[in-house]
Design a protein around this ligand. Structure first.
Ligand code: PYR
Length: 391
């Protein structure tokens, strides 16, 4: 590890040492399910933890380990873990931290499948939750119960792009000994590093900006060595939602250009927001980088740039939103985000369709809300496509 290097350098070098791999510039893909032991006694020693070598790829794989070390470095964490999807990461973390009877305090607004997981934990295991704005110390204090073990937040929140003040959350959570878990998917460690604000665990759908090319589904987690060891030995090992070596390799490759891509995503988003905000058919633009956004001050405090996603409301309802989307020529209609291609989706019928209507309204997801993941194309081409579809 080269921990004295700058972020951009660490995205390229950390976690990989060419000299240990026949001087191969690109990281090798250890495409193997299992690892052989010289003798039966050597196998016994590995299982006993007396010899740190690999055993079986569900328990650890060299290519996956390189990625885990790289994300740990980028999030300024002691250790990292990789999973087969963002939801495998979310479920491994939550199932590791909570038990029946516990209570989770959650941001009022999370990805639809995270909402689904919270409902499953409630229905099957009596793990209760409350979804709240989490925008003041008093509100958080009054929602904390003796059984509250985790505060789980997204910031920016999917898809409303509201921000949660990490410093404020941590200040309350520490008083009560509550773990703070942050889904950092929309920011990436280039824009925001929650552990530096005192949060305990950070996780990602690495499918998005970290992979960056729309060709891999993956999850990443980072935190203290103790927390990662505990997850690795329990919910990761025994539920087994691990990442394949090839997908780890794709992410190692994607990470090398993360800062370059994020700079471009964010610059493009700024240009689109400026134009979109003044269009007469656009009722509201949600972007934490606009000075009128209620999240503007928090964005300044905790993010390098306000990100590459824009949500907005059109005049009209679901029908008008769908008609607008159908008129787009270059922009692709798809869930997911953070790819080179600009993607557009309609949260109330797509990513958040599983959230009951009443809850959706409380989260601020109307039928006219549209989410744009700004890609790496020339911003003028993105805008021209949006503009012709608005006409
Ligand atoms: C999203 O588009 O929000 C997903 O996480 C799939």
């Amino acid at each position: 590890m080269t921990d004295n290097h700058r972020f951009e350098t660490r995205t390229i070098h950390d976690g990989y040492e060419d000299k240990s791999h026949h001087n191969s510039l690109a990281a090798p893909i250890y495409q193997t399910s299992t690892f052989t032991f010289e003798t039966a006694e050597a196998g016994e020693r590995r299982f006993a933890g007396e010899d740190p070598g690999y055993i079986y790829s569900r328990l650890g794989n060299p290519t996956v380990r390189m990625l885990e070390e790289r994300i740990a470095s980028l999030e300024n964490a002691e250790a990292g873990l990789a999973f087969g999807s963002g939801m495998a990461a979310v479920s491994a973390v939550l199932l590791n931290l909570v038990k029946s009877g516990d209570h989770i305090l959650c941001s009022e607004g999370v990805y639809g499948c995270t909402f689904g997981l919270l409902k499953m934990l409630e229905g099957k295991f009596s793990i209760d939750h409350d979804l709240l704005p989490l925008d003041s110390v008093e509100q958080i204090r009054s929602a904390i119960r003796p059984t509250t073990t985790v505060i789980y937040i997204e910031t920016p929140i999917n898809p409303t792009l509201k921000l949660i003040d990490l410093e404020m959350i941590v200040s309350v959570a520490k008083e009560y000994g509550i773990q703070v878990v942050v889904d950092n998917t929309f920011s990436t460690p280039y824009l925001q590093r929650p552990l530096e604000f005192g949060c305990d665990i950070v996780l990602h759908s690495a499918t998005k900006y970290i992979g960056g090319h729309g060709d891999v589904v993956a999850g990443l987690v980072a935190g203290s060595k103790d927390a990662m060891t505990s997850i690795a030995k329990s919910t990761q090992k025994d539920i087994g939602g691990i990442l394949s070596p090839f997908d780890a390799w794709l992410l190692l490759r994607g990470l090398k250009t993360l800062p370059l891509r994020m700079d471009r995503h964010c610059a493009n988003a700024r240009s689109i927001v400026e134009n979109l905000s003044s269009h007469p058919r656009v009722k509201k633009v949600m972007y934490p980088g606009t000075e009128t956004s209620p999240s503007y001050a928090i964005a300044k405090k905790q993010m390098k740039y306000p990100g590459g996603l824009i949500s907005f409301e059109l005049d009209g309802g679901k029908q008008e939103a769908q008609e607008f989307m159908n008129k787009l020529k270059m922009i692709k209609i798809a869930v997911s985000l953070g790819d080179a291609e600009t993607l557009i989706q309609h949260p109330s019928t797509m990513t958040h369709a599983v959230v009951p209507e009443g809850e959706r309204r409380r989260m601020g997801i109307s039928d006219s809300l549209i989410r744009l993941s700004i890609g790496l194309e020339a911003w003028e081409d993105i805008w021209e496509d949006v503009l012709q579809a608005l006409e």
